[in-house]
Design a protein around this ligand. Structure first.
Ligand SMILES: Cc1cc2nc3c(=O)[nH]c(=O)nc-3n(C[C@H](O)[C@H](O)[C@H](O)COP(=O)(O)OP(=O)(O)OC[C@H]3O[C@@H](n4cnc5c(N)ncnc54)[C@H](O)[C@@H]3O)c2cc1C
Length: 382
């Protein structure tokens, strides 16, 4: 498995904490929570108590004030246990938005609660009528006195049913495209006009409460516009994309490592034609290819992470990490499932869950077609 040269003893100690936490608090409940389609709030609070949610949140706002690599450790460990249902990634992205663009009052109001797990966060961009074309969102946030009035609907929202805070993409100027977009921070508790619709029935990520949301004349204070200027939303979203895409890449890496590990266990045990499945040359070559892809992915992601830390990671390169990582993950998981034979298709085997979970990685966070479009745009510049 990849070694990640950037990891220090501190990262390894943090990884041990995350591993122990997942093994004690998540693993015994994984089937129950899959059935429930939801991760309980208590689990978030425990993650908060251990500093997992607030690793990169500044210390003055209740976090540990550490660098991106510590969040990466958590994404890797979550992937390695074969889960993508705990919506830590979107919680983390929302937290980064507030840390990066919030006013001092906004940071003081929300970051401590996001770091402790008192608040679970979601990000609501996608609407029934638009996903990839984000500038075409129809949800509006119209200023009215000291408040904004929100109207519209969102769909496919990770943590949608459990979120206490939703960073919502809305048009403060519905006549404009990108310049009309703002990010509104919606606190959901007791909020009139806000409702959670269907919890969506997905092929994978079954522990997550992916949901539809509706805003019907929802009134929020003017001070809940993220930052202090309208029309900055698109720019704010674009600036955070390299981090978001890297997260998806590291999720792909963790899940691929998990697929490889469970498959190695399986093919060493299972026998056919008087020998271990592992002893067939086809198996050995397939697994060698998968292990190579895992190493290449890790090396590329680590190079991107180093650039991100230096502030030089280009959007195009982050898009490469997202599309190639998710593509490699789907290929690896498919090969690994094949080596399980019929058992790979049975839900009681982890590889079946990994297979169902992997597919969406090519769709969300910007589809892989959009990633390639972004990369191509960069190539086509003078
Ligand atoms: C499980 C899950 C969780 C999600 N979580 C969230 C969340 O937390 N928050 C959130 O806001 N959204 C979330 N999403 C939504 C996700 O980001 C969108 O589904 C995705 O961006 C694609 O949008 P769409 O579904 O509207 O597809 P469309 O935009 O309608 O695209 C349909 C197809 O057309 C292709 N296409 C579109 N435009 C182009 C183009 N210019 N060039 C080439 N091909 C193109 C796409 O690549 C795709 O193959 C989630 C989705 C899922 C399935």
């Amino acid at each position: 498995m990849p070694t990640h040269a950037w990891m220090t003893d501190d990262h390894r100690a943090f990884a041990d904490t995350v591993k122990r936490f997942l093994s004690e608090e998540f693993q015994p409940n994984r089937d129950t929570w899959k059935e429930a389609g939801m991760i309980p709030k208590d689990f978030w609070r425990k993650a908060g108590d251990l500093g997992i949610l607030g690793a990169t949140v500044p210390e003055e706002h209740g976090g540990l004030g550490l660098s991106y690599g510590f969040d990466v450790v958590t994404f890797l460990e979550q992937g390695r246990i074969g889960d993508s249902g705990w919506g830590f990634s979107v919680h983390n992205i929302a937290t980064h938005y507030i840390a990066a663009y919030g006013t001092e009052q906004q940071r003081a109001r929300w970051l401590p609660k996001l770091a402790s797990g008192e608040m679970v966060a979601a990000i609501a961009m996608t609407e029934p009528g638009t996903g990839s074309d984000l500038q075409a969102v129809k949800t509006t946030a119209i200023a009215d006195g000291n408040e904004y009035c929100l109207n519209g609907s969102k769909t496919f929202i990770t943590n949608g049913a459990s979120a206490d805070l939703i960073v919502t993409v809305a048009k403060t100027d519905p006549k404009s495209r990108s310049k009309g977009v703002s990010l509104m921070v919606v606190e959901t508790g007791g909020l009139e006009g806000f409702s959670v619709g269907r919890k969506l029935d997905k092929m994978g990520m079954r522990r997550n409460d992916t949901a539809e949301l509706s805003f019907d004349n929802v009134r929020i204070p003017r001070t809940h516009l993220l930052g202090d200027e309208e029309g900055q939303g698109f720019y704010q979203l674009m600036k955070q994309l390299p981090w978001e895409r890297l997260i998806l890449g590291y999720g792909a890496l963790g899940a691929s490592e998990c697929a490889l590990a469970v498959t190695l266990d399986y093919v060493r045990e299972r026998r056919a034609f008087g020998q271990r499945i592992m002893d067939f040359q086809n198996t050995r070559f397939r697994l060698a290819e998968c292990a190579t892809k895992v190493e290449i992915l890790a090396a590329f992601l680590d190079a991107c992470l180093a650039e991100l830390e230096r502030g030089t990671l280009r959007a195009e390169k982050a898009a490469m990490a997202k599309w190639w990582g998710s593509q490699a993950q789907c290929e690896i998981v498919d090969e690994c499932l094949q080596l399980h034979g019929g058992y790979g298709y049975m839900n009681e085997y982890l590889i079946a869950e990994l297979y169902a979970d992997a597919r969406v990685q090519k769709i969300y966070g910007g589809t892989n077609e959009i990633m390639k479009e972004l990369i191509a745009r960069g190539l086509d510049k003078d």
